[in-house]
Design a protein around this ligand. Structure first.
Ligand code: ADP
Ligand code: ADP
Ligand code: MG
Length: 465
C-alpha cells in the first residue's frame, strides 16, 4: 500500500482525501498556497508545505513546486483531487517519471479521454451511442454549418478541451451559428488555451445521467450505478441524486453496460465517470468521460456503502478492487446539494468573505463535506464551492425530507449562499415528483427567487403576515 500521499488540491476534497488516508494509516502531505495557510487541510495533514502565492497558476497548478514538495517530503504517491491538475496528462506522466504513483489513470488514458471529441470517437468504437455530430474536431466554420444542416438545428458547439460548463455555445438556427462558433472558440482559447471545437446535435429537454466507474490494474471494470445531475445552472451541477427516477431497471443495466464498455475501450484504471444525456424518449448518448474523482462522488458512497477514495488508494497501490460487480448493491436514496458562496440574487456572483458563524447539520442520514469553520475566510481566488450537504434515506421521499431538515439546520453567516434556493428546490412539486430535466432551473429560477424574497420579507417582519 502507498505510505505517504501528497494532496495536490485544497478545500473539501483535500479533507476528504486526508480522511480516507487516516482510516488506512497512510500519511498525508498537504500543499497550500499563501491564501490557504489557515486551511483545515494544512492543519489536519501529517505535514503541510506552502507551494506558492495565492494565484492557482503559481501554486495549485505549479507542477514543479508540487513535484519538488512531494520528493522533499518523501511521498510515494500524489492525489490530484478534482479541478486543477486532475485532468492534466503531462502532470500524470511527470509524477510517474519522478518515481511517484499518480492516483488516477495513466497520462495516455487521460490524453485519450481529455479531448472530448476524441473520447466521442472512442465511445463510438466501443459501440456506445453518441449524440449525432462531428467525427472528431471541426476544421472551420463552413464545415460546422454543413454539419449543422445535416444533423439538424439546434446544435451545440463544444470545446474539445472543455470542462466545468465552459467553452460551449448553442445555435438554434443558421442565423446563430457564426456567433456561437466565434464565442465558443474564444472562450475555449481563454479558458483552456486550445480553440479546437466539435459539434453535437442538442438533445432537447434531456436528463444528465452519469455512471460511476472503478477499474483496477488487474482488468476488473465495474460500475456503481448512476447519478442524476439534471439540476444545473449554466451547465454546472447544483443538485445530484441516486438512483435516478428516469431509469427503469432495464435501462440502468443497458447504460451501465455501455459505461463499462467505454471504460474498457480506454483501458481505464481508477475512479472515473461516464456522462450521458438521456432524451425524454429514453434514448441515451455518451457525452464525455471525466478521468478523476467527481465532486458528487459521496452520493454514490451513501447508496453503495463503498468508499471511493479508499478504492482509489487501493488501485494506485496495485491491489484489486475490494468488490466485484455483483457485490454492488444500491440501498435507499441519496441527494447532494452543492452550497456555494455566491449570491443567487446577483446572477450567482461569487461572494467570498469571512465565515462569521457556522453551524453544520447532523443527525440520521446526513453527511456534510466542507472545509469551512467559524472564522474561516473564504479566499476569492478559487472555486466558490463552500459545502456539500448530503442526505440518505430508505426512500427518495425520506431523503428529500432529510435534506430539507438538514438545510434548515445549516447556518452560514458572513456571505450569501445558494442554500435557500436549494431548500426551495426540495419543495418544488416537479422535483418532488422526480419529473425534471436540465432545463428545470432556468425555467423555475425567477419564480423560486421570488418565493425566497417573499419568505424573507415575512420572516424579517418587513411584510405583514
Ligand atoms: P464535477 O461533475 O466533478 O463537478 P466539473 O466539470 O464541474 O465536474 O468540475 C469539477 C471541478 O473542477 C469544479 O468544481 C471546478 O473546481 C473545477 N473546474 C473544472 N473545469 C473548470 C473550469 N473550466 N474553470 C474552473 N474550474 C474548473
Ligand atoms: P463539461 O465538460 O463542461 O462538463 P459536458 O459535455 O459534460 O461539458 O456538458 C455539460 C452539460 O451540458 C451537460 O450536463 C448537459 O446538461 C449539457 N449538454 C452537453 N451536451 C449536450 C447535448 N448534446 N444536448 C443537450 N445537452 C447537452
Ligand atoms: Mg461534464
Amino acid at each position: 500500500m502507498v505510505k505517504r500521499v501528497l494532496i495536490a488540491n485544497r478545500g473539501e476534497i483535500a479533507l476528504r482525501i486526508i480522511r480516507a488516508c487516516r482510516e488506512l494509516d497512510i500519511e498525508t502531505v498537504a500543499v497550500y498556497s499563501q491564501a490557504d495557510e489557515s486551511s483545515l487541510a494544512a492543519q489536519l495533514a501529517t505535514q503541510a508545505l506552502c507551494i506558492g502565492p495565492a494565484k492557482a497558476a503559481d501554486s495549485y497548478l505549479n507542477q514543479d513546486a508540487i513535484l519538488s514538495a512531494a520528493l522533499a517530503s518523501k511521498c510515494d504517491a500524489i492525489h490530484p483531487g478534482y479541478g486543477f491538475l486532475s485532468e492534466n496528462p503531462d502532470f500524470a506522466d511527470r509524477c510517474v517519471q519522478a518515481g511517484l504513483k499518480y492516483i488516477g489513470p495513466s497520462g495516455d488514458v487521460i490524453r485519450k479521454l481529455g479531448s472530448k471529441s476524441a473520447a466521442r470517437t472512442l465511445a463510438q468504437s466501443a459501440g456506445v451511442p453518441v449524440v449525432p455530430g462531428s467525427d472528431g474536431a471541426l476544421k472551420n466554420l463552413r464545415q460546422a454549418k454543413a454539419l449543422a444542416e445535416e444533423v439538424g438545428y439546434p446544435v451545440l458547439l463544444k470545446a474539445s478541451a472543455g470542462g466545468g460548463g465552459r467553452g460551449m455555445r448553442q445555435a438554434d438556427g443558421p442565423q446563430d451559428i457564426d456567433k456561437a462558433f466565434q464565442e465558443a472558440r474564444s472562450e475555449a482559447v481563454a479558458c483552456f488555451g486550445d480553440g479546437e471545437l466539435y459539434l453535437e446535435k442538442l438533445v432537447v429537454n434531456p436528463r444528465h445521467i452519469e455512471f460511476q466507474i472503478m477499474a483496477d490494474t488487474q482488468g476488473h471494470v465495474v460500475h456503481l450505478g448512476e447519478r442524476d445531475c439534471s439540476i444545473q445552472r449554466r451547465r454546472q451541477k447544483l443538485v445530484e441524486e441516486s438512483p435516478s427516477m428516469a431509469l427503469t431497471p432495464a435501462l440502468r443495466e443497458e447504460m451501465g453496460r455501455a459505461a463499462v464498455a467505454a471504460a474498457k475501450a480506454a483501458v481505464y484504471v481508477g475512479a472515473g465517470t461516464v456522462e450521458f444525456v438521456l432524451s425524454p424518449e429514453g434514448r441515451f448518448y455518451f457525452i464525455e468521460m471525466n478521468t478523476r474523482i467527481q465532486v458528487e462522488h459521496p452520493v454514490t458512497e451513501l447508496v453503495t456503502g463503498i468508499d471511493l477514495v479508499k478504492e482509489q488508494l487501493r488501485v494506485a497501490s496495485g491491489l484489486p478492487l475490494s468488490f466485484a460487480q455483483e457485490d454492488v448493491k444500491v440501498t435507499g436514496h441519496a441527494i447532494e446539494c452543492r452550497i456555494n458562496a455566491e449570491d443567487p440574487e446577483r446572477d450567482f456572483m461569487p461572494c467570498p468573505g469571512t465565515t462569521a458563524f457556522l453551524h453544520l447539520p447532523g443527525g440520521p442520514g446526513v453527511r456534510v463535506d466542507t472545509a469551512l469553520y467559524t472564522g474561516y475566510e473564504v479566499p476569492p481566488y478559487y472555486d466558490s464551492l463552500a459545502a456539500k450537504v448530503l442526505a440518505h434515506g430508505s426512500t427518495r421521499l425520506e431523503s428529500i425530507r432529510r435534506m430539507r431538515r438538514a438545510l434548515e439546520e445549516l447556518i452560514i453567516e458572513g456571505y450569501p449562499t445558494n442554500a435557500s434556493l436549494a431548500h426551495l428546490i426540495m419543495h418544488d412539486p416537479e422535483f418532488v415528483r422526480g419529473r425534471y430535466d436540465t432545463g428545470f432551473l432556468d425555467k423555475n429560477l425567477a419564480r423560486l427567487l421570488e418565493l425566497a424574497r417573499t419568505c424573507d420579507r415575512l420572516m424579517e417582519g418587513e411584510e405583514k403576515l
